[in-house]
Design a protein around this ligand. Sequence first.
Ligand code: ZN
Length: 463
Amino acid sequence: MTAPYRPEAGSGAAMHALVTELYPICRSITGEGMRTTLRRLQQLVPLELHEVPSGTRVFDWTVPKEWNIRDAWVADADGSRVIDFREHNLHVVNYSVPVRRRMTLAELRPHLHTLPAQPDLIPYRTTYYAEAWGFCLSHRALEALPEGEYEVCIDATLEPGHLTYGELFLPGETPDEILFSCHCCHPSLANDNLAGMAVAVWLARRLSAAPRRHGMRFLFIPGAIGSITWLARNAEAVGRIRHGLVLSCLGDPGHSTYKRTRRGDALVDRAAAHILRQGGEHELLDFVPYGYDERQYCSPGFNLAVGCLTRTPNGRFPEYHTSADNVEFVRSDALEDSLAKALAIVEVLEHDAAFVNLNPHCEPQLGRRGLYGNTGGISPPGFEMALLWVLNYSDGDHTLLDIAVRAEMPFPLIRRAAEALRGAGLLAPAPGTEAATEGGAPRRPAASAPRSGAPPLVSGANS
Ligand code: ZN
């Protein structure tokens, strides 16, 4: 029963191989690097690619010009490259305007970015919304540059084109949707970018094979401008999103972290908290209006129930936004553990429901129904305890997640107990919940809808 919600064997290694394959591509918020990346993902899941023209207004923003880069370098008087884009794409400030000129080191210096506190690492810098140019290099390399004249070249174009994003929708039995969103705009950065993409792809592959009550919508987008663009173009779909997760930084060796939605008490918040608590060391953070695309999904005009699942959060690991966020930093076991947690959260979102005990006056005799061992005097094992918890708290008000949290038991065990009790005729969907569909579960609209329902969109107010 729980198989679709467990990673397949070998998923971690397969995700790591994808991270390794995509790592060298120079991505940005627009351009061929993003397209090449998304086309590779299309070989794994049937992503639809969308192209939005530069200049398109999206709420308070404008889709930027498209950036493409062929080569970049700084060469010394002998013509040998002292900074070379071909060696590492972080060497160029992402979105740099083209440049070709000779200049002294003193003139060049304001365009050079280093990390004096981490002198061996190349920083990651961008200039998306200001037309500028620059290079990034290790502080040690900068200190080794002799005075003199240098030739500087950034062979790039910044011209009207398109913003590209990928979207995959797996329809469900109801119109309700779960949103998964990951950013794909960073160049050679493995944990902050590629790990989230790999987990999203494997999540989509796993869920595509399972019966689904919710439609599952996956977005592979450039950070910030991508979610702003999608939200501006998809008012109808936005209204169907009941729960969501931003997926990022899911491959580092740190423990799992969940950042709550702006609402703070949405079903996805309670589901993620329970799954992470069950999984050992973890951290739960309240919403702050900074971070990844949850900033947009949780902006007050939408206030969607979208949280953010990471391992060590952005900015809190020393490798963050440097050349040390590489394929060695990302681990197969961490990727697989992150996938397992995302799937476990989805299991709760798909199957949480309230039931009523049809035999509420004292305990029903479970042994007679083949549900309970007959040896007295020993504490009942997990499954039998789960039966007792489900029977006692199935008063139509407590959902299976409420019971799992209260009993400190895994949700799949509580769910399995509820299935067994339904099979024995001892449990029924709570009155007023939707009829159970095959493979699905009844819901408790009165209690769960206000917690997880999306607010109405003010249509046309901003677009
Ligand atoms: Zn980042």
